[in-house]
Design a protein around this ligand. Structure first.
Ligand code: CMP
Length: 140
């Protein structure tokens, strides 16, 4: 299968009902949706997910925010899907994200920057199995 990336629609995206608006960006860019689910994950889950940020001043705020409500978790496949998704998401800080990108249009600030995307192949290999079993990812 083509390169895969994980995109998490964060709690601020769910609360503002913009799942459709975000999904259209990835669809229009030609990426293929191969897995999706909604879930509400506890703080301990996010502590593991964001383990690389442990100790940073924003870590506790970040994991509390991510566990504050449900998220929508997707896997997108396509050539260069990791780089393409990052381009569509825009800069991590919505104040620096270019208008037209997802965070540039919808991001509220930090940590409420609307989406998470994998930043490398290694990240995708680690992050996707935290949400999906192999049989929940569809080749079509
Ligand atoms: P994400 O792409 O999910 O990766 C790490 C997350 O940490 C990031 O998006 C933001 O939600 C959050 N984050 C990064 N830097 C800061 C910061 N300076 N203050 C608060 N949250 C941050």
């Amino acid at each position: 299968m083509a390169e895969k990336t994980l995109v998490i629609y964060k709690p601020d995206a769910i609360q503002r009902n913009i799942v459709g608006e975000i999904t259209i960006r990835f669809q229009d860019r030609g990426l293929k949706l191969v897995a999706a689910k909604m879930g509400w994950y506890p703080v301990e889950f996010w502590e593991e997910f964001y383990a690389e940020h442990k100790g940073k001043e924003f870590y506790v705020r970040l994991v509390n925010y991510m566990s504050s409500g449900p998220v929508f978790v997707t896997v997108w496949a396509g050539e260069n899907s990791i780089a393409i998704a990052r381009q569509l998401a825009g800069a991590t800080d919505p104040m620096e994200a270019v208008p037209g990108t997802i965070r540039g249009n919808y991001g509220l600030g930090l940590p409420m920057n609307t989406v998470h995307c994998c930043d490398s192949e290694e990240a995708a290999e680690r992050e996707i199995p935290m949400f999906f079993k192999d049989e929940e990812i569809f080749e079509w």
